[in-house]
Design a protein around this ligand. Structure first.
Ligand SMILES: [Zn+2]
Length: 345
Protein backbone atom coordinates (compact mmCIF):
# COMPACT_ATOMS: atom_id res chain seq x y z
CA UNK A 1 0.00 0.00 0.00
CA UNK A 2 1.46 3.33 -1.05
CA UNK A 3 1.32 6.18 1.44
CA UNK A 4 0.20 9.39 -0.25
CA UNK A 5 2.99 11.53 1.15
CA UNK A 6 5.87 9.02 1.00
CA UNK A 7 8.96 9.81 -1.11
CA UNK A 8 8.39 6.56 -3.03
CA UNK A 9 4.86 7.62 -4.04
CA UNK A 10 6.01 11.09 -4.98
CA UNK A 11 8.75 9.69 -7.21
CA UNK A 12 6.34 7.29 -8.94
CA UNK A 13 3.87 10.10 -9.55
CA UNK A 14 6.61 12.44 -10.75
CA UNK A 15 7.85 9.86 -13.27
CA UNK A 16 4.39 9.06 -14.60
CA UNK A 17 3.91 10.90 -17.93
CA UNK A 18 0.89 13.03 -17.12
CA UNK A 19 -1.71 15.16 -18.88
CA UNK A 20 -3.06 18.41 -17.39
CA UNK A 21 -6.24 19.41 -19.24
CA UNK A 22 -7.87 21.98 -16.95
CA UNK A 23 -5.30 24.70 -16.40
CA UNK A 24 -5.79 28.44 -16.79
CA UNK A 25 -2.50 29.89 -17.94
CA UNK A 26 -3.18 33.12 -16.06
CA UNK A 27 -3.72 31.01 -12.93
CA UNK A 28 -0.05 30.03 -13.05
CA UNK A 29 1.01 33.65 -12.46
CA UNK A 30 3.40 33.45 -9.51
CA UNK A 31 3.67 36.10 -6.80
CA UNK A 32 7.28 36.94 -7.72
CA UNK A 33 6.23 37.51 -11.34
CA UNK A 34 3.45 39.82 -10.15
CA UNK A 35 6.08 41.78 -8.25
CA UNK A 36 8.37 42.13 -11.26
CA UNK A 37 5.47 43.14 -13.54
CA UNK A 38 4.28 45.66 -10.94
CA UNK A 39 7.78 47.17 -10.95
CA UNK A 40 7.83 47.19 -14.77
CA UNK A 41 4.57 49.17 -14.82
CA UNK A 42 5.35 51.30 -11.74
CA UNK A 43 2.35 50.01 -9.83
CA UNK A 44 2.89 50.25 -6.06
CA UNK A 45 2.48 46.72 -4.68
CA UNK A 46 3.97 45.17 -1.55
CA UNK A 47 4.34 41.55 -0.50
CA UNK A 48 1.62 41.86 2.15
CA UNK A 49 -0.89 42.78 -0.51
CA UNK A 50 0.20 39.96 -2.81
CA UNK A 51 0.04 37.34 -0.03
CA UNK A 52 -3.29 38.58 1.19
CA UNK A 53 -4.81 38.53 -2.31
CA UNK A 54 -3.35 35.05 -2.93
CA UNK A 55 -5.21 33.64 0.10
CA UNK A 56 -8.67 33.19 -1.37
CA UNK A 57 -11.43 31.64 0.71
CA UNK A 58 -14.39 31.93 -1.64
CA UNK A 59 -15.30 32.28 -5.30
CA UNK A 60 -15.82 36.05 -5.15
CA UNK A 61 -12.35 36.57 -3.67
CA UNK A 62 -10.94 34.28 -6.35
CA UNK A 63 -12.58 36.28 -9.16
CA UNK A 64 -11.17 39.47 -7.57
CA UNK A 65 -7.69 37.94 -7.43
CA UNK A 66 -7.96 36.79 -11.04
CA UNK A 67 -8.98 40.27 -12.17
CA UNK A 68 -6.20 41.93 -10.17
CA UNK A 69 -3.41 39.50 -11.13
CA UNK A 70 -4.25 39.59 -14.84
CA UNK A 71 -4.23 43.40 -14.78
CA UNK A 72 -0.41 43.10 -14.80
CA UNK A 73 -0.44 41.15 -18.08
CA UNK A 74 -0.46 44.01 -20.56
CA UNK A 75 1.61 43.09 -23.59
CA UNK A 76 2.91 40.03 -25.46
CA UNK A 77 6.22 40.02 -23.55
CA UNK A 78 4.33 39.60 -20.26
CA UNK A 79 2.51 36.56 -21.64
CA UNK A 80 5.84 35.17 -22.87
CA UNK A 81 7.26 35.42 -19.31
CA UNK A 82 4.14 33.71 -18.00
CA UNK A 83 4.54 30.92 -20.56
CA UNK A 84 8.22 30.41 -19.61
CA UNK A 85 7.33 30.02 -15.93
CA UNK A 86 4.41 27.67 -16.68
CA UNK A 87 6.31 25.48 -19.16
CA UNK A 88 9.16 25.02 -16.69
CA UNK A 89 6.78 24.13 -13.84
CA UNK A 90 4.79 21.65 -15.96
CA UNK A 91 7.96 19.98 -17.18
CA UNK A 92 9.30 19.72 -13.63
CA UNK A 93 6.17 17.81 -12.64
CA UNK A 94 6.40 15.26 -15.42
CA UNK A 95 3.49 16.69 -17.42
CA UNK A 96 4.01 15.77 -21.07
CA UNK A 97 0.78 17.15 -22.50
CA UNK A 98 -1.31 20.15 -21.48
CA UNK A 99 -4.44 21.88 -22.72
CA UNK A 100 -4.04 25.47 -21.61
CA UNK A 101 -7.01 27.76 -21.16
CA UNK A 102 -6.53 31.43 -22.00
CA UNK A 103 -8.95 34.09 -20.81
CA UNK A 104 -9.31 35.61 -24.25
CA UNK A 105 -12.49 37.31 -22.96
CA UNK A 106 -10.41 39.25 -20.44
CA UNK A 107 -7.84 40.23 -23.09
CA UNK A 108 -10.63 41.52 -25.33
CA UNK A 109 -12.22 43.45 -22.48
CA UNK A 110 -8.87 45.17 -21.92
CA UNK A 111 -8.61 45.94 -25.64
CA UNK A 112 -5.44 43.88 -25.98
CA UNK A 113 -4.18 42.31 -29.18
CA UNK A 114 -5.24 38.71 -28.54
CA UNK A 115 -3.40 37.32 -31.56
CA UNK A 116 -0.13 39.01 -30.56
CA UNK A 117 -0.41 37.78 -26.95
CA UNK A 118 -1.30 34.30 -28.12
CA UNK A 119 1.54 34.11 -30.64
CA UNK A 120 4.12 35.21 -28.04
CA UNK A 121 3.11 32.62 -25.48
CA UNK A 122 2.53 29.85 -27.99
CA UNK A 123 6.01 30.33 -29.43
CA UNK A 124 7.52 29.89 -25.96
CA UNK A 125 5.62 26.64 -25.42
CA UNK A 126 6.53 25.33 -28.88
CA UNK A 127 10.19 26.12 -28.37
CA UNK A 128 10.12 24.39 -24.98
CA UNK A 129 8.38 21.31 -26.40
CA UNK A 130 10.85 21.07 -29.27
CA UNK A 131 13.83 21.32 -26.95
CA UNK A 132 12.40 18.72 -24.57
CA UNK A 133 12.06 21.24 -21.72
CA UNK A 134 8.30 21.60 -21.73
CA UNK A 135 5.09 19.70 -22.50
CA UNK A 136 3.33 19.55 -25.83
CA UNK A 137 0.39 21.92 -25.61
CA UNK A 138 -2.86 22.90 -27.26
CA UNK A 139 -5.04 25.86 -26.35
CA UNK A 140 -8.58 26.61 -25.24
CA UNK A 141 -10.04 30.11 -25.53
CA UNK A 142 -12.31 30.90 -22.63
CA UNK A 143 -15.10 33.46 -22.53
CA UNK A 144 -16.24 35.01 -19.24
CA UNK A 145 -19.81 34.13 -18.36
CA UNK A 146 -20.71 37.32 -16.48
CA UNK A 147 -19.58 39.43 -19.46
CA UNK A 148 -22.56 38.02 -21.40
CA UNK A 149 -23.19 36.42 -24.82
CA UNK A 150 -21.90 39.15 -27.17
CA UNK A 151 -18.31 39.18 -25.83
CA UNK A 152 -18.46 35.35 -25.74
CA UNK A 153 -19.25 35.33 -29.47
CA UNK A 154 -16.21 37.53 -30.05
CA UNK A 155 -14.05 34.99 -28.20
CA UNK A 156 -15.53 32.16 -30.28
CA UNK A 157 -14.62 34.09 -33.45
CA UNK A 158 -11.05 34.66 -32.23
CA UNK A 159 -10.72 30.98 -31.36
CA UNK A 160 -11.97 29.95 -34.81
CA UNK A 161 -9.55 32.36 -36.49
CA UNK A 162 -6.65 30.76 -34.60
CA UNK A 163 -7.79 27.18 -35.03
CA UNK A 164 -4.90 26.37 -37.33
CA UNK A 165 -2.47 28.01 -34.90
CA UNK A 166 -3.11 25.65 -32.00
CA UNK A 167 -6.49 26.65 -30.53
CA UNK A 168 -8.62 23.51 -30.32
CA UNK A 169 -11.54 24.43 -28.10
CA UNK A 170 -13.91 27.12 -26.91
CA UNK A 171 -14.93 27.30 -23.25
CA UNK A 172 -16.85 29.36 -20.74
CA UNK A 173 -15.81 30.15 -17.17
CA UNK A 174 -16.65 32.67 -14.49
CA UNK A 175 -19.74 33.18 -12.40
CA UNK A 176 -22.30 30.40 -12.98
CA UNK A 177 -25.01 32.33 -11.20
CA UNK A 178 -24.75 35.34 -13.56
CA UNK A 179 -26.12 34.57 -17.05
CA UNK A 180 -28.08 31.40 -18.08
CA UNK A 181 -26.19 29.00 -20.33
CA UNK A 182 -28.96 29.11 -22.92
CA UNK A 183 -27.84 32.66 -23.81
CA UNK A 184 -24.54 31.29 -25.10
CA UNK A 185 -26.13 28.96 -27.61
CA UNK A 186 -25.10 31.06 -30.64
CA UNK A 187 -21.46 31.31 -29.55
CA UNK A 188 -21.29 27.53 -29.00
CA UNK A 189 -23.00 26.79 -32.33
CA UNK A 190 -20.52 29.07 -34.08
CA UNK A 191 -17.58 27.37 -32.36
CA UNK A 192 -18.87 23.89 -33.26
CA UNK A 193 -19.46 24.88 -36.90
CA UNK A 194 -15.85 26.03 -37.05
CA UNK A 195 -14.45 22.74 -35.83
CA UNK A 196 -13.73 23.70 -32.22
CA UNK A 197 -14.28 21.39 -29.28
CA UNK A 198 -16.69 22.59 -26.61
CA UNK A 199 -16.13 22.97 -22.87
CA UNK A 200 -18.13 24.53 -20.06
CA UNK A 201 -17.33 25.23 -16.41
CA UNK A 202 -20.51 23.95 -14.76
CA UNK A 203 -21.58 22.60 -11.39
CA UNK A 204 -18.64 24.21 -9.61
CA UNK A 205 -20.58 26.67 -7.46
CA UNK A 206 -23.84 26.24 -9.41
CA UNK A 207 -26.23 23.30 -9.16
CA UNK A 208 -26.58 20.07 -11.16
CA UNK A 209 -28.93 21.84 -13.62
CA UNK A 210 -25.90 23.81 -14.83
CA UNK A 211 -24.20 20.58 -15.88
CA UNK A 212 -27.38 19.34 -17.53
CA UNK A 213 -27.73 22.60 -19.50
CA UNK A 214 -24.05 22.50 -20.49
CA UNK A 215 -24.60 19.05 -22.00
CA UNK A 216 -28.12 19.42 -23.39
CA UNK A 217 -28.05 23.01 -24.63
CA UNK A 218 -24.36 23.71 -25.37
CA UNK A 219 -23.23 20.13 -26.16
CA UNK A 220 -20.21 20.35 -23.86
CA UNK A 221 -17.78 17.49 -24.44
CA UNK A 222 -16.13 17.83 -21.03
CA UNK A 223 -17.34 19.58 -17.89
CA UNK A 224 -15.06 21.81 -15.85
CA UNK A 225 -15.47 20.76 -12.20
CA UNK A 226 -19.02 19.35 -12.26
CA UNK A 227 -18.91 18.46 -8.58
CA UNK A 228 -22.59 19.43 -8.23
CA UNK A 229 -23.31 16.07 -9.90
CA UNK A 230 -23.03 14.59 -6.41
CA UNK A 231 -26.51 16.04 -5.80
CA UNK A 232 -28.18 14.08 -8.63
CA UNK A 233 -27.93 10.34 -9.13
CA UNK A 234 -29.78 10.66 -12.46
CA UNK A 235 -27.11 13.09 -13.69
CA UNK A 236 -24.30 10.84 -12.43
CA UNK A 237 -25.91 8.01 -14.42
CA UNK A 238 -26.03 10.18 -17.56
CA UNK A 239 -22.37 11.22 -17.21
CA UNK A 240 -21.34 7.58 -16.78
CA UNK A 241 -23.50 6.26 -19.63
CA UNK A 242 -22.52 8.97 -22.08
CA UNK A 243 -18.88 8.96 -20.93
CA UNK A 244 -18.78 12.72 -20.37
CA UNK A 245 -15.72 13.54 -18.27
CA UNK A 246 -15.61 15.77 -15.23
CA UNK A 247 -12.35 17.72 -14.85
CA UNK A 248 -11.89 17.54 -11.10
CA UNK A 249 -9.76 20.14 -9.29
CA UNK A 250 -9.91 19.26 -5.57
CA UNK A 251 -7.77 22.04 -4.05
CA UNK A 252 -9.55 24.64 -6.16
CA UNK A 253 -12.87 23.38 -4.76
CA UNK A 254 -11.60 24.10 -1.24
CA UNK A 255 -10.09 27.50 -2.06
CA UNK A 256 -13.23 28.77 -3.82
CA UNK A 257 -15.57 27.33 -1.17
CA UNK A 258 -17.24 25.27 -3.96
CA UNK A 259 -17.11 22.01 -1.99
CA UNK A 260 -18.80 23.61 1.03
CA UNK A 261 -21.49 24.98 -1.26
CA UNK A 262 -22.18 21.61 -2.89
CA UNK A 263 -22.22 19.79 0.46
CA UNK A 264 -24.20 22.57 2.13
CA UNK A 265 -21.62 22.60 4.91
CA UNK A 266 -19.38 25.23 6.45
CA UNK A 267 -16.53 22.87 7.25
CA UNK A 268 -16.07 20.28 4.50
CA UNK A 269 -12.64 18.88 3.72
CA UNK A 270 -11.09 16.67 1.06
CA UNK A 271 -12.26 13.49 2.82
CA UNK A 272 -15.79 14.49 1.71
CA UNK A 273 -14.84 15.26 -1.90
CA UNK A 274 -17.04 13.35 -4.40
CA UNK A 275 -14.11 12.28 -6.63
CA UNK A 276 -13.98 8.67 -5.28
CA UNK A 277 -17.77 8.38 -5.63
CA UNK A 278 -17.71 9.64 -9.24
CA UNK A 279 -14.88 7.23 -10.03
CA UNK A 280 -16.73 4.26 -8.51
CA UNK A 281 -19.86 5.28 -10.43
CA UNK A 282 -18.01 4.88 -13.74
CA UNK A 283 -17.92 8.59 -14.63
CA UNK A 284 -14.73 9.48 -16.54
CA UNK A 285 -12.82 11.79 -14.19
CA UNK A 286 -9.54 13.64 -14.64
CA UNK A 287 -7.40 15.49 -12.10
CA UNK A 288 -6.24 19.07 -12.54
CA UNK A 289 -5.01 22.15 -10.73
CA UNK A 290 -7.23 24.86 -12.31
CA UNK A 291 -5.14 27.86 -11.12
CA UNK A 292 -2.13 26.33 -9.36
CA UNK A 293 -0.28 29.50 -8.32
CA UNK A 294 -3.44 31.06 -6.97
CA UNK A 295 -4.50 27.93 -5.11
CA UNK A 296 -0.97 27.02 -3.94
CA UNK A 297 -1.03 23.57 -5.50
CA UNK A 298 0.59 21.38 -8.14
CA UNK A 299 -0.72 18.43 -10.14
CA UNK A 300 1.42 16.09 -8.02
CA UNK A 301 -0.30 17.44 -4.91
CA UNK A 302 -3.71 16.85 -6.49
CA UNK A 303 -2.72 13.23 -7.17
CA UNK A 304 -1.53 12.86 -3.57
CA UNK A 305 -4.83 14.35 -2.39
CA UNK A 306 -6.71 11.74 -4.42
CA UNK A 307 -4.74 8.99 -2.65
CA UNK A 308 -5.68 10.56 0.68
CA UNK A 309 -9.33 10.44 -0.42
CA UNK A 310 -8.99 6.66 -0.64
CA UNK A 311 -8.26 6.12 -4.32
CA UNK A 312 -5.48 3.63 -5.09
CA UNK A 313 -2.39 4.20 -7.19
CA UNK A 314 -3.97 1.93 -9.85
CA UNK A 315 -7.02 4.25 -9.82
CA UNK A 316 -4.71 7.20 -10.46
CA UNK A 317 -3.26 5.43 -13.48
CA UNK A 318 -6.81 5.12 -14.84
CA UNK A 319 -7.51 8.80 -14.13
CA UNK A 320 -4.33 9.89 -15.90
CA UNK A 321 -5.13 7.66 -18.87
CA UNK A 322 -8.64 9.14 -18.96
CA UNK A 323 -7.14 12.62 -19.40
CA UNK A 324 -5.25 11.47 -22.51
CA UNK A 325 -8.28 9.58 -23.82
CA UNK A 326 -10.53 12.63 -23.55
CA UNK A 327 -7.91 15.19 -24.56
CA UNK A 328 -8.54 16.99 -27.84
CA UNK A 329 -5.80 15.07 -29.59
CA UNK A 330 -5.88 13.35 -32.95
CA UNK A 331 -4.31 10.03 -33.78
CA UNK A 332 -1.47 9.20 -34.04
CA UNK A 333 -0.56 11.81 -31.37
CA UNK A 334 -3.03 10.37 -28.85
CA UNK A 335 -1.82 6.82 -29.44
CA UNK A 336 1.79 7.83 -29.01
CA UNK A 337 1.00 9.40 -25.61
CA UNK A 338 -1.05 6.38 -24.54
CA UNK A 339 1.82 4.09 -25.53
CA UNK A 340 4.08 5.89 -23.01
CA UNK A 341 1.76 5.07 -20.10
CA UNK A 342 2.15 2.09 -17.78
CA UNK A 343 -0.52 -0.58 -18.20
CA UNK A 344 -3.68 -0.15 -16.13
CA UNK A 345 -4.14 -3.22 -13.96
ZN1 LIG B 1 -11.28 26.45 -14.42
Amino acid sequence: MLVASSPETKLLLRKLPKAEIHLHLEGTLLPHRIMSLAQKYSVPVDWNEIHSRYSTRNFTQFLELYKWATSFLREPEDYAFLAEDAAAALHEEGIVYAELTLSAGVMLLRKQNVTANFTALRDVFHHRAQSGTGPQVQFIFDAVRQFGPAPAMEVARMAADLRNAGVVAFGLGGDELSVPLSEFHSAYSYAAEHGLHLLVHAGETGGPEQIKDAIDILHAERIGHGIAALRSTALMNTLAERKIPLEICPTSNLRTNALNIQLNSATSDLSQHPLPRFFAHGIPVTLSTDDPAMFHTTLLEEYSAALQMGLSFANLLVINRTAFEHAFLLDPARQSFLAQLPPVL
